[in-house]
Design a protein around this ligand. Structure first.
Ligand SMILES: *[C@@H]1O[C@H](CO)[C@@H](O)[C@H](O)[C@H]1NC(C)=O
Ligand SMILES: *[C@@H]1O[C@H](CO)[C@@H](O)[C@H](O)[C@H]1NC(C)=O
Ligand SMILES: *[C@@H]1O[C@H](CO)[C@@H](O)[C@H](O)[C@H]1NC(C)=O
Ligand SMILES: *[C@@H]1O[C@H](CO)[C@@H](O)[C@H](O)[C@H]1NC(C)=O
Ligand SMILES: *[C@@H]1O[C@H](CO)[C@@H](O)[C@H](O)[C@H]1NC(C)=O
Ligand SMILES: *[C@@H]1O[C@H](CO)[C@@H](O)[C@H](O)[C@H]1NC(C)=O
Ligand SMILES: *[C@@H]1O[C@H](CO)[C@@H](O)[C@H](O)[C@H]1NC(C)=O
Length: 470
């Protein structure tokens, strides 16, 4: 009689234990599956996490969240030295004007979240003009702060599982076209004077002007961006690395009204004086559609110099030119050690374009004796189809563009091709295995492969960590 209750007790204990174990297991499975569904790679993970709604955010697409973003980030900036913080923008439509980022901080935009840029100018504070430009791009006065702005930061991440930033640019384009603006239009993301910057896996649409502008930065990673603007929208450049060192841009898809990527470094006398080059830049696996502009432009603002640029695996479709170098008398500076390989192009006006007479000066006080140095330009292993002109290479009189090398490039022409396929003035260099054959200024050098560096840039060795959202 006594054994039964005892064994029953054991049975109960056993059943309860099994239930507990199962529960624990299921908790674990839940925990890990949840972690799996929201994990992301980043230069750094954060100890603290908050959601925009913790700070009173309203995602109805109508209520302004400008103050909420600014106060949330100001609050979380207190945690910078205690492991940093991530701010999650959850599903919803979050109307906002410009706000500032902080150091050791991640802004994570959920895939069902849309940041809607306010069209109310009072939501956009002014910033001083950039010292390397001396004035705003649109007007001589100041600039509207970009939607997401950061300056003097270290270790800052803007990412998401393809969440969206909608610049609602149409109102700005109208004001710009009808000369109603004295202040330069805002960009979507601008990070200045910062080290370790990551912008990845988000979609940017309808920017008022440029989309992503890292300026005076080092160690910049841009990955997995989708950037879309109408092909006739004004100055909607995709990504503009400007006076930055050690930058990697990869796996981006860009449709825009201006250059998909525009590498820059300051404008005429202001850029020369500021003297900060863009160097050690790699751009790869880019798809570009830009009927009125270039897949990759170098300049026209290049007065601080552009050097050591590596570009590979680029696809351009219905784009005005493949790689374009833009400069002018008065720019000074240099564009040198440029290496491009493996481009595929379909429906292009020009495959190669170099312009030594690009106008647009900040003011009449530029130095007419400041000549740019364009040298060491290497293009290899490319195929293009349905092309109007193979190349228009237009150097500067008494300042020829030199050491140009083009090898293994096959260019298929449109049905009614132009007679002069290679229009060259004031340039020097060589070609090898190029069809149609190049101009006399680029004579054939037998079996020559243009140089492409085999070493890695420091930014290519930065390992990303796997971060989680609880
Ligand atoms: C902001 O940070 C402080 C700690 O400094 C905290 O006590 C407070 O609750 C935070 N505010 C909000 C709205 O979370
Ligand atoms: C954002 O940063 C800019 C530049 O430092 C500054 O002028 C502005 O006041 C900041 N805005 C806020 C809301 O802190
Ligand atoms: C940011 O850094 C630049 C360059 O070091 C410096 O000139 C400027 O004063 C700094 N600005 C702020 C707000 O700290
Ligand atoms: C991100 O969203 C854009 C726009 O909806 C879409 O075109 C693109 O394919 C998406 N990218 C990824 C990796 O899902
Ligand atoms: C971006 O998303 C892709 C998957 O869509 C992932 O492979 C990649 O690691 C992500 N990169 C970053 C830097 O967020
Ligand atoms: C070829 O290019 C012309 C413009 O020069 C364009 O109108 C036409 O659609 C293109 N053809 C193809 C097959 O892409
Ligand atoms: C060749 O280029 C020059 C500018 O360098 C231009 O003025 C000229 O019209 C071009 N010729 C043709 C036939 O396209």
């Amino acid at each position: 009689m006594e054994l039964f209750p005892k064994s029953r007790n054991y049975q109960i204990i056993a059943i309860v234990s099994i239930i507990l174990i199962l529960e624990l297991l299921s908790l674990r499975v839940e925990g890990s599956s949840q972690a799996k569904s929201i994990s992301y790679p980043a230069i750094n993970c954060r100890k603290h996490s908050a959601v925009l709604t913790d700070f009173g955010g309203v995602g109805d697409g109508k209520t302004s969240n400008t103050k909420v973003f600014n106060s949330a980030i100001a609050n979380l900036s207190q945690l910078a030295l205690d492991g940093g913080a991530q701010l999650i923008v959850p599903p919803g439509k979050w109307l906002t004007g410009s706000f500032n980022l902080t150091s050791h901080f991640t802004l994570y935009i959920h895939k069902d979240a849309i940041l809607l840029a306010s069209q109310d100018e009072t939501e956009w504070p002014y910033l001083a003009v950039l010292p390397s430009y001396g004035r705003g791009r649109d007007g001589p006065g100041g600039r509207f702060s970009s939607l997401i702005f950061g300056t003097n930061l270290t270790d800052v991440v803007v990412t998401g599982d393809n969440g969206t930033i909608d610049g609602q640019g149409a109102a700005w384009w109208i004001k710009y076209r009808s000369n109603q603006l004295t202040i330069t239009r805002p960009y979507l993301i601008e990070i200045m004077y910062s080290d370790y910057v990551q912008i990845s896996n988000i979609t940017l649409i309808n920017s008022p002007s440029w989309n992503v502008h890292p300026v005076y930065c080092s160690n910049v990673l841009v990955q997995g961006l989708t950037i879309i603007a109408p092909i006739d929208s004004p100055n909607t450049d995709g990504i503009n690395p400007d006076s930055c060192t050690n930058t990697k841009i990869e796996d981006c898809y860009i449709v825009s009204g201006d250059d998909c990527i525009a590498v820059k470094s300051g404008w005429d006398q202001y850029g020369i004086k500021f003297g900060m080059p863009t160097k050690h830049l790699i751009i790869r696996r880019l798809t570009c559609i830009s009927p009125d502009s270039a897949a990759i432009a170098l300049g026209s603002e290049m007065s601080g110099g552009i050097k050591d640029v590596r570009v590979e695996d680029i696809r351009a479709i219905d784009t005005q030119s493949g790689v374009r170098i833009k400069t002018a008398i008065g720019r000074g500076g240099y564009v040198k050690d440029i290496h491009v390989r493996r481009m595929r192009m379909e429906t292009m006006k020009y495959v190669f374009w170099m312009t030594g007479s690009y106008g647009s000066h900040p003011d009449p006080n530029f130095d007419p004796k400041a000549l740019p140095e364009i040298t060491g330009i290497n293009y290899r292993d490319m195929v293009a189809e349905n092309v109007t002109y193979a190349a228009r290479l237009d150097g500067i009189q008494n300042d020829p563009f030199s050491a140009i090398c083009i090898s293994n490039v096959k260019i298929g022409l449109t049905e009614k091709p132009q007679k002069l396929q290679w229009n060259c003035t004031d340039i020097q260099g060589v070609t090898s295995r190029v069809t149609p054959p190049a101009c006399n200024l680029l004579p054939e050098k037998k079996d020559n492969d243009c140089f492409f560096p085999s070493d890695k840039l420091p930014i290519e060795n930065v390992q990303l960590k796997t971060c989680f959202i609880a």
